[in-house]
Design a protein around this ligand. Sequence first.
Ligand SMILES: Nc1ncnc2c1ncn2[C@@H]1O[C@H](COP(=O)(O)OP(=O)(O)O)[C@@H](O)[C@H]1O
Ligand SMILES: O=c1ccn([C@@H]2O[C@H](COP(=O)(O)O)[C@@H](O)[C@H]2O)c(=O)[nH]1
Length: 202
Amino acid sequence: MLIIGLAGGTGSGKTTVVHQIMTELPDTEVGVISQDSYYKETTNLSFDERALINFDHPRSIDFELLVKHLKALKAGETIDQPVYSFIQHNRTDDTVSTHPRKVMIVEGILILTNPELRELFDIKIFVHADSDERLVRRLKRDISERGRDIDEVLNRYQNTLKPMHEQFIEPSKAFADIIIPNDKYNTVAIDVVRAVINQRIS
Ligand SMILES: Nc1ncnc2c1ncn2[C@@H]1O[C@H](COP(=O)(O)OP(=O)(O)O)[C@@H](O)[C@H]1O
Ligand SMILES: O=c1ccn([C@@H]2O[C@H](COP(=O)(O)O)[C@@H](O)[C@H]2O)c(=O)[nH]1
C-alpha cells in the first residue's frame, strides 16, 4: 500500500486537489481518509461549548484512532471511518466502511504535525495558497456549505485559526516532499502526483 499524506492550511484546496487527483483513477484502487473524520468525539459538551473548541489545535484530533486505523488498513483490514458534522461540531453516529486500497490518501490541516502519522506516509505533500486567498475561500465555503455566518468565520480566523496556522500548520510544511502552489488551479502538479499513483497501481 502506498500512503500519501496531503496537508495544507484551511482553504488551501486540499479536498479539491484530492478530487482532481482521483479523477480518472479507479476508486477501487485509491481511497481517501480525511483528518476531519477524526475530530475528537465531544457528545458530553453542549453545542455552545463545542462551538468554543479550538479546532485548529492538534489536541482537537484523535490522532491515536487515526494512526490505529491507518495501521489496520496497511495490515489489510477494513475500518469504520467516523463521519463528522461541521454543522453539529461533532462526530455523527454514522461510519463509513473503508477497505484497504493500493493507494490511500490522508488529507487534513494537521496531519504533518504528528510524528507517528508522518512515519506512515510514503509521500508527504503540502498544498500552499496565500493566507488572504485561503480566508476568502474559507468565508465563501463555510457560509454556503457549513452553516456559518461572516462573524463566526472572521472571529474564528482571528482568535484561533490564524495563530494555529502560524504555530503548527505552516511549520509542518518543512516535512513535505512536494509542495503544490495552489493560488490558481495547478494541473501540472496534479498530473505529476497522478503519474506517481498510476505507476504504483499499474
Ligand atoms: N485553485 C483554486 N482556485 C480557486 N478556488 C479554489 C481552488 N482550490 C480550491 N478552491 C475553492 O476553495 C474552497 C476551499 O477549497 P477546499 O478544497 O475545500 O480546501 P481545503 O480542503 O484545503 O479546506 C472551495 O470552495 C474550492 O472550490
Ligand atoms: O466543528 C468544526 C471542526 C472544524 N472546523 C474547521 O475546519 C477546518 C479544517 O477543515 P478544512 O476542510 O481543512 O478547512 C479547521 O480550520 C477548523 O477551524 C470547524 O469550523 N468546525
